[in-house]
Structure formats: C-alpha cells, structure tokens
Design a protein around this ligand. Structure first.
Ligand code: NAP
Length: 264
C-alpha cells in the first residue's frame, strides 16, 4: 500500500528545493544557523541584518557554499519601510518567497522594571512585536492562496521567557515574546485554510551574542548548568527545529510553539 501520509515529502533534507526564504536577523546567532541549515535543505536565502554587514556576508557565503543562492539585505526590522524593502529586494533578486523566519529580536539591557526606561520598552516591543507582526503580514499577503500566492510557511522566534517571566532581567522581553505566542496562534488559525502555516520555536538558554548585548557576556555559561540537561543550547540546535517547521514534514503543524530548551 502506498504511504499516502509520506507522499511527496523529501525525508532526507526536509527539503523544499528551489524555495526562497527570508530570515530576519540572519547575520548572527540563531538566524545565521537557520540560514546555513535552510540552504542545506534546499532554500535560497535572503539574509537580513541590522548593522553587522561582515557577519551577514559570512552567512551568505555559507549559503552559497551549500549550493544555494543568497542575498544580503540591511534593514531595521522595527521599521516598516525597511521590512517592505527586504521583501521587495528578495522578490526582485531571488523570486517569489516560500517562507519567512522572523528571528530578529532583542532582550534590552538587563534591568528591573522600576529602572526600565520607556524608550527601552518601546525598542523591545517595536522590534520583537510590531516589526514581527508587520513582517508576518507581508508574508501572508504574498503566500496566501486566497490572494493568489502559492502557500508557504512562517516561523517566529519566541522564547521560554513568557513562561518564566524573566523577573529581575527583562520582563519587557518576556512580555514581548508572550505577544509573539498569542499572535502566532491567532494568525495560524486565520490563514491555515489558505496554504500558510504559522508556527514558532521557543528556545531556552542558547549560547549566542544576545547575552553580551544584554550586558552579561557569560550568562549562558553561568546559567547553563541550571538547565536540566546541564548546559546551554547552541544556535544550531534551535535552527534544526526552525528548518523542520519550514519543511513539508511539518505540514500538519499549525500554531505550534515548539520548545527547544533542554528541559528548562
Ligand atoms: P543575537 O545572537 O543577538 O543575534 C541577533 C540577530 O538579530 C543579529 O543577526 C542582528 O543583526 C539581528 N538584529 C538585531 N536587531 C535587529 C533589527 N532591529 N533589525 C534587523 N536585525 C536585527 O540573537 P539570538 O540569540 O540569535 O536570538 C535570535 C532570536 O531568538 C531572537 O528573537 C531572540 O529573542 C530569540 N531567543 C534567543 C534566545 C537565546 O538564549 N539566545 C533564547 C530565546 C529566544 P546584526 O548582526 O546586524 O546586529
């Protein structure tokens, strides 16, 4: 009997050969690992970055080394005009998109709420929530079969932060990722019947530059031993989950928040 459930699925690379993927914040950390692994799985990749052009070029070189096409697009993913320009540049240079990974995110500096500036709150919400919403909207406008698109997948980067609250560190960040979870669930149900799958990955303590940017460079190493598995995770371990959710192997996943957290 034919394996109807597995028909058409490339189980080797979870691949969607020839598809075009946008990765926001693809220059470093989890986003860069997603770009590299997506290329191996058959995606051409638009690598977005904010300020680190060198890191973005390095990621793009890795995509090309895997035999796929890559472009590098600078843009602040908190700014609507930059988000629109990223989508337009990708379509112009690589063709119609099949997937978007909304990965660009910041924690803000570690601080208690009583000392938090309004500007810090706006920055975290502006990128992690509003920018992600705009990018998701632009993806749906292009992917939805209701609007003439061919369908596709969106993966948002959430966090365990909404579950633990991140007290004394970055409560505004935890709140922003809680918004990402609610948005992912709602949007996923809105467009599930239009060929668009929206899911999220919620990493735990991952060893990237994000901790140094928050003001505590050794945070992942110092707190890694408190994670049930006994260590911080790697960007590659998170990227595995993202690339799987992008793939047709995850075709029945809608509104999933996939935890990748070592048991934390
Ligand atoms: P990271 O190492 O600090 O890298 C951040 C990436 O986002 C860089 O490529 C950076 O670009 C880009 N970026 C920052 N601000 C941007 C902006 N305004 N516009 C466009 N791109 C921007 O971060 P990460 O640890 O890989 O985190 C990636 C995602 O995973 C975030 O959403 C984060 O909240 C989430 N996450 C991380 C952890 C963790 O422990 N690391 C845990 C849970 C969730 P440049 O290189 O140009 O600066």
């Amino acid at each position: 009997m034919a394996d109807a459930a597995g028909a058409g699925v490339d189980r080797k690379g979870y691949g969607m050969a020839g598809k075009v993927l946008i990765v926001t914040g693809g220059s470093r950390g989890i986003g860069a690992a997603v770009c590299r692994q997506a290329a191996v799985a058959g995606w051409d990749v638009a690598v977005n970055y904010a300020g680190n052009a060198e890191a973005a070029e390095k990621t793009a070189s890795a995509v090309k080394a895997a035999g796929r096409r890559a472009i590098v697009v600078q843009g602040d993913m908190a700014e609507e005009a930059d988000i629109l320009r990223l989508f337009e540049a990708t379509e112009r240079d690589l063709g119609p998109i099949g997937g978007v990974v909304c990965n660009a995110g910041i924690t803000g500096k570690i601080t208690r709420v009583e000392d938090m500036t309004t500007e810090a709150m706006r920055q975290v919400m502006g990128l992690n929530v509003i920018g992600l919403m705009i990018a998701n909207r632009e993806a749906v406008r292009r992917l939805s079969t209701k609007r003439g698109g061919a369908g596709g997948a969106i993966v948002n980067l959430s966090s365990i932060a909404p579950r633990i609250g991140s007290a004394n560190e970055f409560v505004h960040y935890a709140a922003s990722k809680g918004a990402v979870d609610a948005w992912t669930l709602g949007l996923s149900r809105e467009v599930a019947g239009e060929g668009v799958r929206v899911n999220a990955v919620a990493p735990g303590m991952i060893d990237t530059d994000i901790h140094a940017t928050a003001g505590v460079p050794d945070r992942a190493h110092r707190l890694g031993s408190m994670v049930p598995i006994g260590r911080a995770g790697t960007a590659e371990e998170v990227a595995e989950a993202v690339v799987w959710l992008l793939s047709d192997a995850a075709r029945y996943c809608i509104g999933t928040i996939l935890n990748v957290n070592g048991g934390r």
